[in-house]
Structures are given as C-alpha cells and as structure tokens.
Design a protein around this ligand. Structure first.
Ligand SMILES: Cc1cc2nc3c(=O)[nH]c(=O)nc-3n(C[C@H](O)[C@H](O)[C@H](O)COP(=O)(O)OP(=O)(O)OC[C@H]3O[C@@H](n4cnc5c(N)ncnc54)[C@H](O)[C@@H]3O)c2cc1C
Length: 298
C-alpha cells in the first residue's frame, strides 16, 4: 500500500493550506483500507480534503486518504462507487450512462465517502435521495452494509458523524433519463454555482458554517458585515460571506481567526451561534486549539 511519513498534504487540500502529517496511508481497495485502520484504529479518515482545514503546523497522527479507492461499476440503473471516487467524475459517468440523480454532484470537489458522511447536497438533490446501500467499516464488527434508512441521514449529517464509521463504498439507485435532460439540469446547476460559489481557482473549503435552522449562514454573515474581511493571507469572499478564500499564503490560523470573527459578529448581532461545516485537523498550535474550543465547543 502507498504509505508516506511526515507527508505535507497542503497541495492535496482544496484550501491549499496544511502541514506535515506523521503517517499517511493511501489504500486502493477495501482490503487495504481494513489493513490500514486495523493498524491505526485512531486514524483520521478523509477523501479529497475539500471540507477539512488541515493545520499549517501539521498533525501528529495517522491519516487514511481514500483517494485511490476509485472503482466504479454500472449495472442497469445501479452504480457502485468506491469511497475515493470524485463526485464530479461520477456525475459525468452517470450522464454517459443516461442515468439521472447525481446531477447535483457536477461541480463537487468531494469524494463519495465524504459526500455520504456529510449527506452532501445541492440544487434540491442530496445523497440521501439516491443512496441505496453503503459499505461501512465499523471498528466492532469490521465491514458491514447499511441500507439507506439505517444511515440516519438529515441536513448535512449521517450516522457516520455519530459513530466511528468509515465509508468504503456506496451503491446508488438512479433513474433512466434522456442525456439531454440530464445535461440541461447539470448546466443549470453549473451556472447557479458560478454566481454563488467560488471556483477552486480561488482556493477554499466550501461553506464555512452550516445554515442554522430556518436561516442562511451567508445572509447572517453578510448582514454582520463580513464580506471582504481580511485576516493575514485569507479573506471572506466578496460575493458570498460564508466562503473564506486563501489568497496564496494563508495559514490555518488565519482561517480560524476569520471563523472566530464570523462566529463572534453573528452571535453579537443576532444571538445565533454558528456551527462550522468545515472540519479541523491539527492540535499542535495552542492558539488554534483555543479557537477550536470556542468554534467546535470542544
Ligand atoms: C468549492 C466547493 C464547493 C462545495 N459545494 C458543496 C455543496 O454544494 N454541497 C455540499 O454538501 N458540500 C459542498 N462542498 C463541501 C465538500 O465538497 C463536501 O462536503 C464533500 O462531501 C466533502 O468530501 P471530501 O471527500 O472532500 O471530504 P473531506 O474533506 O476529505 O472530509 C470531510 C469530512 O468527511 C469525513 N470523511 C471523508 N471521507 C470519509 C469516509 N470515507 N468515511 C468516513 N468519513 C469520511 C472526514 O473525516 C471529514 O470529517 C463544497 C466544497 C468546496 C471546496
């Protein structure tokens, strides 16, 4: 199995922020994943690092990246994808097979594993609508299979956030449709995103905070005056206040300082405590640990 020590993951993250991780494993299939996690039961599992802020000071521990678990099989209206398959790639292959249901993934930088973990969604579609079964690694039982209704999906969450479960593979049930219809929906999604989400040419990590119940984090942050806010080498996107952009030499501390200011202003103005959507992997920098205690309430 591909394995690296003191490996800098900065270039692998969509934020282009990060540091050295003590041990990084790149399994290519379920067997290799099980081998890695049995050796490193406390390993952090991630996919495409499009929703994780990795500390610029690095992380003392193990990371399993599923990027190479990228098998895809089509069988009628079913498609089975390894945890590391990119959402964008999967949606394009579904189009080629005249299958509808994954159009929302068209510009997603994430992997299938991360998307199932998050119950990722956009444009009125989400993982929970199309996932049939997921192959999961559970420390107590090994590899298990969970049906959709056992995944406890709701807004940007699944059972994998409450139990130490890792997603190994997902099977989706799609619907046959004409390629023209699928392409039209994808084009609509793409043009919607172009106006409301930064492309990856502006390194970012997607939505910084979750939408509070019945509210929009972007709107609250906008009204709290966050658009254009600068901290070190990062700034809050001028078009949508829930995105932080790395201007080139931004650090994780710049991001956490910005997140704290976002959190503080919204709490002060609206009495609402925003909860981060972006995850954090670090622990070596004391200032970052302090900020995380507030932001992640840990
Ligand atoms: C420009 C941009 C646009 C985005 N747009 C959207 C959007 O419209 N909708 C949306 O929902 N999200 C969006 N995101 C956020 C992100 O892409 C998704 O949440 C995606 O699902 C994360 O996948 P990932 O593989 O990058 O996960 P990572 O960033 O690698 O990990 C994110 C979390 O998932 C966990 N995880 C990852 N893989 C596994 C696995 N195999 N098993 C268990 N846990 C795992 C990690 O531990 C971590 O907690 C966007 C991000 C960016 C940068």
């Amino acid at each position: 199995m591909d394995y690296r020590e003191n490996f800098d993951v900065k270039k692998l993250t969509s934020f282009k922020i990060g540091g050295e991780i003590s041990r990084v494993y790149f399994p290519e299939n379920v067997e290799e994943f099980v081998q890695a996690i049995e050796k490193e039961p406390d390993a952090y599992v991630a996919g495409n690092l499009s929703n994780v802020l990795v500390s610029s000071d690095g992380y003392d521990g193990a990371l399993i990246l599923t990027k190479k678990m990228d098998n895809i099989t089509f069988n009628g209206t079913k498609v089975t994808a390894g945890a590391g398959v990119r959402g964008t790639k999967l949606s394009k292959l579904a189009l080629e097979n005249h299958l509808s249901g994954l159009e929302f993934m068209v510009a997603f930088p994430g992997s299938v594993g991360g998307e199932v973990f998050m119950n990722a969604g956009a444009h009125g579609q989400m993982i929970a609508d199309v996932l049939k079964i997921a192959k999961i690694y559970c420390p107590e039982k090994g590899v298990i299979t969970l049906r959709n209704e056992e995944m406890e999906f709701s807004y940007r969450t699944s059972i994998c956030q409450r139990k130490p479960y890792s997603v190994l593979e997902a099977e989706f049930e799609l619907k046959e449709k004409s390629p023209d219809e699928i392409q039209t929906k994808m084009d609509e999604n793409l043009s919607f995103r172009q106006n409301r989400q930064p492309s990856l040419t502006l390194p970012n990590c997607g939505s910084t905070f979750r939408n509070p119940d019945g509210n929009s984090a972007g709107r609250l942050l906008d009204e709290a005056g966050m658009k254009g806010f600068v901290s070190g080498g990062v700034h809050v996107w001028e078009n949508h206040a829930n995105f932080i952009i790395n201007d080139g030499d931004g650090t994780s501390l710049d991001v956490l300082n910005t997140m704290y200011e976002m959190y503080r202003r919204v709490k002060e103005k609206f009495g609402i405590e925003l909860k981060p959507e972006v995850r954090f992997l670090g622990g070596k920098n004391e200032k970052e640990v302090e900020l995380c205690k507030i932001l992640y309430q840990k």
